[in-house]
Every structure is written in C-alpha cells, then in structure tokens.
Design a protein around this ligand. Structure first.
Ligand code: ADE
Length: 226
C-alpha cells in the first residue's frame, strides 16, 4: 500500500511512522509513506497558503488553489489511483469497519488541514471523503491522519506477526476485550482469577466471553448487540 500525507507540517509524520509496527511494515515493504508539504504548491512568493475568510470572522481559511494543485501533483507521482481522504471534525466517523475497508486499498492520499478549515471549493473539485476520528477538535488533521494510518496498516496481511492475532479483536465481534492477566499470579495481594490456571480451555473461553459481555454492556451499550 502507498500512503501520501499532505500537510503544512509534514515533519510531524516521520517520528510516528518510523517507529514500532509502522516502521516494521515499511521495512517489510508492505507500506510506503510519502509526506508532502502543501506550501511547495503555494501560489505566491511568501509561501502563504491561507487567507482571511470572506464574510469576516476569526481565523484563517486554507486556500483552494495550493491544496488542489498539491493533490493533483501528488496523485500524478504514481500510476495507482488513490482513495482521497480529508481529515475534518465534520467528516464521517472513523471506526474499525472503515479501517478494514481502507486496509484493502492500494493507495490512500490524506489531506490534513489547519486553521479554521478549507475553502469549500476543494470539496467540489476534489470530491474527497471527509473523515473524523471523533467528536473533538484537534489543532490539525495530522494526528488524525496518523491515527488512521496506524489502524489501517496493522490490518494489512503480514504486518502483524503470527503472535499478534487479529482474529478476536475488540469491535470485530461487537465486544470489548476480556481482561488479561500475567505473572506473577498474586501481586500486591491481588490474585488473578483462579479459572485462568485451571487448564480447562472451554471454561476459560466461556469466562472470557462473559467478562467481555459484562464490560461491553457496562462501558459501551451503544455497540453491544444481543
Ligand atoms: N481535525 C481537527 N479535528 C479533527 C478530528 N476530530 N478528526 C479529524 N480531523 C480533525
């Protein structure tokens, strides 16, 4: 998979993308990231890519011209057509289902905004999908894009080792994870549940399912399916 990230702060990406699982995924050549500075496509000698909103009001608006030319130029850098996303709190809410769907794409191009938003005409011309990572406002789309990249890339076959099973993940089965314990069995006077060292796999499986159901009903009744 190829992921292009467009931003006016492109240096924000590398520290996250080059660590841990995302770094390993690049070394395994399962994903390639390209960061682009939108200012490289500014239409003036001061590299300005924003301006005051028509009609007045606070803040600055990202101009349509630099973003649209940046996206057009970046898309031409490879023959593979890309799925174009714009990070925005007004977008469709990102979830595990969308992550699964995006993990099957060959190329994703993500536009990250700053300031008070974009000139609306970028939506008319580029017809991107607006995606939000949650009902809160970040200072920009960069952390949202990294969140999406992380959730998507770990689902690409071969990215996670065989030890990191994807089979029974939270949200896939409509349940949160069951509680986990490891050594020592008793720690600060708190024992792990006895059943987990019973060796009875059927009983352990049943206990874990019950605990997952309990936790989901208590914390996330909105995702619980009877
Ligand atoms: N940009 C600012 N806030 C955002 C959010 N919640 N999701 C995606 N992009 C954003």
């Amino acid at each position: 998979m190829r992921i292009d990230l467009l931003s006016i702060f492109p240096k924000m990406f590398a520290p996250i993308l080059n660590e841990s699982i995302l770094g390993i995924a690049q070394k395994k050549e399962l994903v390639e990231f390209f960061s682009h500075d939108i200012r490289d496509w500014s239409d003036n000698k001061h590299n300005k890519i924003d301006d005051k909103p028509f009609g007045g009001g606070p803040g600055m608006v990202m101009k349509a011209g630099p973003i649209v030319t940046a996206v057009e130029a970046v898309e031409k850098m490879d023959d593979i057509p890309s799925r174009l996303l714009v990070m925005s709190p007004q977008g469709k809410r990102f979830d595990q289902k969308m992550a699964r769907e995006l993990s099957t794409e060959k190329r994703i191009c993500i536009i990250c905004g700053r300031y008070e938003g974009f000139d609306e005409r970028i939506f008319e011309v580029l017809e991107p999908e607006e995606v939000s990572i949650g009902d809160y406002v970040l200072t920009g789309g960069e952390l949202a894009a990294l969140t999406i990249a992380d959730a998507v890339v770990r689902l690409i076959p071969g990215v996670l080792g065989s030890g990191d099973s994807l089979e029974s993940e939270s949200f896939d089965n409509g349940l949160l994870d069951f509680p986990q314990y490891t050594q020592p069995f008793e720690w600060r006077g708190i024992k792990a549940p006895e059943i987990l060292r019973s060796g009875n796999h059927a009983l352990i499986e049943k206990w874990r399912r019950e605990k997952a159901i309990e936790k989901t009903k208590a914390r996330r009744p909105d995702i619980f399916k009877d």
